[in-house]
Design a protein around this ligand. Structure first.
Ligand code: GCW
Length: 734
């Protein structure tokens, strides 16, 4: 167990965590990637919004707000009944069907339907793009610019909302020249954030488990947070990235949180109401023991009729209150959470029970594959935590109901900065999968360290579980057909947001949240291009002193920051050399003699975990070829994963040409130098970007440098003392 975040930084010798909130929300949240300036191109135009529905109302309200701020004009014509509330800011009321808007327009955002499009849509603008006349679906849109009119068309309101934010990203370019028609659709159907937020403050984990951005934006000290404006602003930010689902409580479901399912359901309904206008459906983490702890039944056995009836009835009530409720998220038989194993049942029995209750309402169950024995004996080298998810779940492939999504962490262990991609993905072709990422930086510097994670996620998404030229992980999630039938999946991430003024503690950690949403919409995007989008939106050129310097600096600080973090922390994929009290900073042997199953086995001769079939735990055999062979062989194994798969002598020569021990020294010295350079680069933006942002980032880079030095010196000293091998370059080791 670990300390709450405030204590943890004090223990780490870091600065006091001023983001930790005790009083609720900060009154002036940072605009993040939606400052008013990014609405200028749109807000100076003559705009027509056409269509009806809650999300069209949101689009209209956005355009009204933009035009009110920047001098443009907006009209609305409605096809069919509108759910619109009274128009805001003096905007024109919706026009009756067919009646043209006054005067020429620059932009039409229109819902296609049985009725004709408004005459403002130029002839030809409604034509499908060449070679792509498939349906746009519930969230897709078509964008084009013809004869001086920019046009966004959608078949469902959510598509129009995503089309609007597409224009915001394009900026002025959306209104210049002609733009050929293009259809946009999300590659992944569900793009989901899991909040590990507790309703009641947990004695060890605080208000947010692994939260590094103050309090929860949903909950405060046992009740709702109450800052409704903040929640709307959050929904709006997420909609702009493409996120469309949120689970609002921790997967470790404690007593108070369990009740969200029943007598505290109104609190959940309230969140659903706030997020619905942004196209976001609310999901709930539930405890598998709910029939016992909430329903008073003597059992939660998934095959017991009383249990089934209880879930059916409880779920019926949830949908009566929240008709578009997303579903349940379950951590079962894992780290002390209850599950079907208590009754001798397996995970398919458990997941299908909930899936059955949800199916008739259109809901899904996200069932986590993060299941392992957390009470093992470190002396027993035959057990391997990396094997656990596959061992539990692969035999169950084909047994899960269609509305079960098996949620798999990207690596086989636990969100380490470097792990191989989980073998579960290749092993379960007949199961709908979600890959789970961690936006909250539990193991990557806890939002005190600048660590842009999109390059890590892209490596995972680009990985080919069956080797080249077969499908990538992104293809699998996108439902690209393989040998088995099409079965698309989700991208899910643990959120990094709290009630901190900058949302994420570290202003640059906003880039991770933004990038997650964008990669979930399009997992083939280039992380550097996503960073450019984020820079353009968060630091709009007209608002900063020197836009070129800002862009260059942010790329210099962030592009390689994940690899920099990797350099000064645990080497070559060995993982878990963190301080067990909170997972911040070094603790080389912190987990070595613990029950958690995460060991590095360093001795005087070498380091690493032998996971081979030949002499180790056999984990490499969980991969199909070619990976089963590549990882089995110390010669073929990629350097960055060597110690994940092999125990090698310090003198083992890497593909890079240096020995393991020299690699450890070199990367740790280099990592610290790079952090120093990041800090210096950022210093040059003083007076160029917003002072508050500058100060917060500068403060964090100071701490990152302090902590990186600590990592470097502890790791280098540890391995020098173990191996007795001096640094070939004679640098200072203690
Ligand atoms: O990495 C571990 C975290 C736990 C977390 C667990 C999980 C919510 O340290 O805090 O519990 O992962 O993913 O369930």
């Amino acid at each position: 167990m670990s300390l709450p975040v405030t204590a943890q930084h004090a223990a780490a010798g870091g600065p006091a965590d001023e983001t930790a909130s005790t009083t609720g929300a900060d009154p002036t949240p940072h605009a993040a990637w939606l400052p008013p300036e990014v609405f200028r191109p749109l807000g100076t135009r003559r705009v027509l919004v056409h269509g009806a529905g809650l999300l069209v109302d949101t689009v209209f309200a956005e355009v009204v707000r933009a035009c009110a701020g920047h001098g443009g004009r907006v009209d609305r014509s409605a096809a069919g009944p509108s759910s619109a509330a009274a128009p805001e800011h003096g905007a024109a009321p919706p026009r009756p069907e067919g009646e043209p808007a006054a005067g020429p327009v620059d932009l039409v955002l229109a819902l296609r339907g049985p009725h004709p499009l408004p005459p403002a849509v130029p002839p030809g603008a409604a034509a499908a793009p060449a070679g792509d006349d498939g349906p746009l679906g519930d969230e897709g849109f078509l964008s084009t610019r013809v004869d001086g009119v920019t046009v966004v068309l959608a078949d469902a309101p959510a598509g129009l909302l995503y089309g609007l934010f597409h224009l915001v990203r394009l900026g002025e370019a959306a209104f210049t020249g002609d733009r050929p028609a293009r259809a946009h659709r999300p590659a992944l159907r569900r793009r989901m954030l899991d909040h590990w937020d507790n309703v009641a403050v947990h004695p060890d984990m605080g208000q947010v488990e692994r939260g590094y951005a103050g309090g929860s934006i949903f909950w405060h000290d046992g009740g709702p947070n109450g800052d409704r404006d903040r929640l709307r602003a959050y929904g709006r930010l997420l909609a702009a990235t493409g996120v469309n689902a949120i689970s609002v409580n921790n997967v470790n479901v404690h007593a108070t949180e369990a009740r969200l399912l029943t007598d505290r359901l109104d609190d959940v309904a309230d969140l659903a109401d706030l997020l619905r206008p942004y196209g976001i459906r609310v999901h709930l983490s539930v405890t598998f023991a709910a029939p016992v702890v909430l329903g008073g039944l003597p059992t939660a056995d998934p095959l017991d009729d009383r249990v089934r009836d209880w879930w059916d009835e409880t779920t019926r009530r949830v949908y009566a209150r929240i008709p578009d409720f997303g579903g349940y998220l379950v951590k079962a038989d894992s780290e002390g959470q209850p599950g079907p194993a208590t009754y001798g049942r397996d995970h398919a029995d458990g997941a299908n029970l909930l899936a059955g209750a949800l199916a008739r309402h259109g809901g899904v169950v996200h069932w986590r594959a993060f299941v392992y024995d957390h009470r093992r004996d470190w002396r027993d080298r035959s057990i391997d935590r990396a094997r656990a998810a596959y061992d539990h779940f692969a035999p169950l492939d084909g047994r899960f109901a269609d509305n079960v999504v098996l949620q798999v962490k990207y690596g086989p262990v636990d969100f380490q900065p470097r792990e191989p991609v989980s073998p579960v993905i290749a092993a379960m072709p007949a199961t709908r999968l979600a890959v789970e990422l961690q936006v909250t930086q539990e193991y990557t510097g806890q939002q005190w360290h600048a660590c842009y994670l999109a390059p890590l996620w892209s490596e995972v998404l680009d990985f080919r579980p069956w080797g080249p030229p077969e499908r990538t992980v992104a293809d699998v999630l996108a439902g690209v057909p393989g040998p088995e039938p099409r079965r698309d999946g989700d991208l899910v991430a643990v959120a990094n947001v709290g009630d901190d003024r900058f949302w994420c503690g570290h202003p640059l950690a906003q880039a991770n949240l933004y990038a997650f949403g964008r990669l979930a919409w399009d997992p083939y995007l280039d992380p550097a291009a996503v960073l450019d989008e984020w820079i353009d939106l968060t630091f709009p050129a007209p608002t900063v002193g020197d836009p070129a310097l800002v862009r260059e600096t942010l790329h210099a600080v962030l592009d390689d920051s994940w690899r920099t973090y990797e350099r000064y922390t645990a080497p070559l994929g060995v993982g878990f050399m963190v301080d067990p009290d909170g997972h911040y900073g070094p603790g080389v042997d912190g987990y070595e003699y613990s029950r958690w199953g995460t060991y590095h086995y360093a001795d005087r001769d070498g380091v690493g975990v032998d996971r081979t079939r030949a002499t180790g735990t056999g984990f490499t055999g969980q991969y199909p070829p070619p990976w089963s062979q590549v990882y089995e062989s110390p010669e073929r194994c990629p350097d960055e994963l060597l110690l994940f798969f092999h125990h090698v002598p310090y003198g083992h020569v890497l593909h890079s040409g240096v020995t393991v021990i020299q690699h450890i020294y070199d990367t740790h010295f280099a990592g610290v130098e790079q952090v120093g350079a990041m800090r210096d680069r950022w210093g040059r933006l003083a007076g160029v970007v917003d002072q508050g942002v500058h100060d917060r980032v500068a403060e964090r880079l100071d701490e990152q440098l302090r902590c990186a030095i600590e990592w470097r010196d502890q790791i280098n000293t540890y391995f020098f003392r173990k191996s007795g091998v001096p640094d070939a370059r004679g640098r200072r080791i203690y």
